[in-house]
Design a protein around this ligand. Structure first.
Ligand code: ATP
Length: 354
């Protein structure tokens, strides 16, 4: 079966499916042959650098942007194709954005009930109580938005989006307006609420740690295209290319050529299975993949910074090049000290030079 054929089958079963969607703003290709299928009840994060097309993908699913090329389906039903579009309000989609946009003059209860207008009062009240419980905000039902922290307001916004039981929840950088402590707390609460409700969710973020924490699967994008889709572990342990490996944090990068199935680097030879002999290659070693060992590869400490849980060590290697190590705990090293290094093979990757 062709790739598109297989996708069509998956799309029939998926809660949301993008099929060969391309979208341009003038000369900018915001989405370029974009294919993605979300399973029922799945939480998927669209991750990627600024401007890679994440928000465009979300806006197309929400119906806030007209589809130019391709098709978008929900539960096997086409909701958008060129020239034909199910109106946003008929898509059963909930939206959560960075600015919570709560009505300041309405209580938490009335804010959440807003999406339930037209339903009998008793039904509204029961559903509001249910979703406030889901986001752990029941004690604040009668409070007004100005009485709540940013994190609590975001949880109310989530409750409001979940109240009408959407078939799909779209979240666009929902935590980026919150400070670090609140963000961690609201991420946890959001994850718990969505697990309990079982709502299929697509969240946009540019923060790899946030995506790793929240998502069952991550779809990593670059320049309008998907680079790799998989569980957080898969992207971390088996990155598809150098972009994926480096997106999750700083990496040590060396260039070389494949010789006898290996590439020589100042940190020793790294295995390069499957790459053609003589081919130019790039070797990446995560800073957390370096550890100190007696008699290891010689290096000199240039600088040491304690970051809390880890110590960041800048090193000079035998060839004069630089490397960075992240060592667990507070490691007592002084500038100028000689150390021996070993590479954890699970944290080292070799790819063809592109
Ligand atoms: P960010 O994280 O910065 O929001 P993003 O990954 O969500 O980025 P998009 O907002 O989807 O990316 O934008 C993708 C590309 O399309 C960017 O180059 C952006 O400048 C461009 N773009 C998006 N919306 C418009 C628009 N309405 N008009 C013109 N260009 C646009």
């Amino acid at each position: 079966m062709s790739t598109l054929g297989r996708l069509e089958v998956a799309a029939g079963e998926g809660a949301l499916a993008y099929l060969d969607v391309s979208h341009r703003f003038g000369a900018v290709h915001a989405l370029d042959h974009f294919d993605l299928v979300l399973g029922q009840g799945e939480f998927l994060c669209l991750l990627g650098p600024s401007g890679c097309g994440k928000t465009t993908a979300l806006r197309l699913a929400a119906g806030l942007e007209d589809l130019q090329t391709g098709r978008i389906a929900m539960a096997g039903r086409t909701i958008a194709e060129p020239g034909r579009s199910v109106p946003p309000e008929a898509r059963r989609i909930g939206l959560v954005f960075q600015d919570f946009a709560l009505f300041p003059h309405l209580s938490v209860r009335r804010n959440v009930a807003f999406g339930l207008r037209g339903q009998p009062h008793g039904v509204q009240e029961r559903r509001v109580d249910e979703v406030l419980g889901l986001v752990e905000m029941s004690p604040w039902a009668e409070a007004y938005p100005h009485m709540l922290s940013g994190g609590q307001q975001q949880r109310v916004a989530l409750a409001r989006a979940l109240a009408p039981e959407p078939a799909l929840l779209l979240l666009d950088e929902p935590f980026s307006g919150l400070d670090t402590t609140l963000r961690a707390e609201v991420r946890e609460a959001t994850r718990r609420a969505l697990e309990r409700s079982g709502t299929t969710s697509l969240m946009v973020t540019h923060d790899p740690e946030e995506a790793m924490f929240m998502a069952e699967r991550i779809a990593l994008m670059r320049a309008g295209r998907l680079v790799q889709v998989g569980a957080p572990e898969e992207l971390w342990l088996r990155p598809a290319d150098a972009f994926v490996a480096s997106f999750f944090g700083e990496v040590n990068r060396f260039s070389g050529r494949i010789q006898q199935g290996q590439v020589a680097t100042p940190l020793g030879a790294l295995p390069a299975a499957g790459l053609a002999e003589g081919r130019a290659a790039v070797a990446l070693v995560r800073p957390e993949g370096l550890r100190l060992v007696e008699g290891g590869i010689g290096a000199t400490v240039v600088e040491r910074r304690l970051l809390g849980a880890v110590t960041l060590v800048r090193l000079r290697l035998a060839d004069g090049g630089a490397a960075t190590a992240r060592l667990p705990g507070a490691v007592p090293l002084a500038a100028g000290e000689r150390v021996g290094l070993a590479v954890d093979p699970a944290q080292a990757f070799v790819f063809p030079e592109s």
